[in-house]
Design a protein around this ligand. Structure first.
Ligand code: ADP
Ligand code: MG
Length: 235
């Protein structure tokens, strides 16, 4: 794995990133030369209209997709230099992801959903036990641990997803419209919890949102339009 020297390096750096999808013979330019750097421990909001490239940018940061051109660095690692296997391990250890539609396993319990990434990382039972119970307490769901995920409200599901994203103590947390499917009041409560958890634990957070109210609570806003950064001085 290629690794930069430690020091002032950002937690995440996208350098001149382009992403082109193909719709048959038609190119779709999802990103056109985006440069974004995110400092360690920062909470960055990615904003812009639907289709501007927010999800694509998050997917590249999380190593879920590869750029057509340009470089992606996360925690000093060049993702392009990693093979599929390394990338999978890297994601499991260093990246926590939260989605708009929660993506819980509905027939597993709350406890099992949060424990799953810890089991995948081969953590010993005692560590799993301690970590899951601490996180469920933190998201105020200790009392729902034995319930099946499908029995929860949307706000509760997203709180389980927050706990799951943090289970492996990742350095970076990516959240794609985490409040997009929640009532605005519930969404703001979930957002407050997400920001608190990330700030207390020194996590680097990047969240995509349509909502100006949500964006305003981040440390910084980067605006995308048609796959380009609108405010490059802030990126
Ligand atoms: N897998 C894909 N295949 C083809 N086009 C895609 C794919 N994913 C995204 N796009 C296109 O790329 C552009 C950016 O999409 P996306 O990153 O999802 O934007 P946002 O999250 O801001 O709504 C859109 O035009 C979208 O239709
Ligand atoms: Mg999106």
């Amino acid at each position: 794995m290629e690794k930069r020297g430690v020091g002032e390096q950002p937690a995440i750096a996208l350098e001149g990133v382009t992403k082109t999808y193909w719709n048959g013979a038609e190119p779709v330019h999802a990103l056109r030369g985006a440069t974004v750097r995110v400092a360690r421990g920062e909470a960055l909001a990615l904003m812009g209209p639907s289709g501007c490239g927010k999800t694509t940018l998050l997917n590249l940061m999380g190593g879920l997709d590869v750029p057509t051109a340009g470089q992606v660095w996360v925690a000093g690692h060049s993702l392009a230099a990693m093979g599929e296997k390394d990338l999978t391990l890297f994601r499991r250890r260093h990246v926590g992801i939260i989605f708009q539609f929660f993506h819980l396993l509905p027939t597993l319990t709350v406890w099992e959903n949060v424990a799953l990434p810890l089991h995948l990382n081969g953590q010993p039972a005692m560590k799993v036990e301690a970590q899951v119970s601490e996180l469920l307490d933190r998201v105020h769901l200790g009392h729902r641990a034995r319930q099946k995920a499908y029995q929860l409200s949307g706000g509760e599901m997203q709180r389980v997803a927050l706990a799951r994203a943090l289970a492996n103590d990742p350095q970076i947390v990516l959240a794609d419209e985490p409040t997009g499917n929640l009532d605005s009041q519930v969404g703001l409560e979930v957002l407050a919890l997400l920001l608190d958890l990330c700030r207390q634990r020194g996590k680097t957070l990047v969240l995509a949102t349509h909502s100006a109210e949500v964006g305003a609570r981040a440390d910084r806003i980067v605006r995308l339009r048609d796959g380009m950064i609108e405010n490059p001085d802030a990126a």
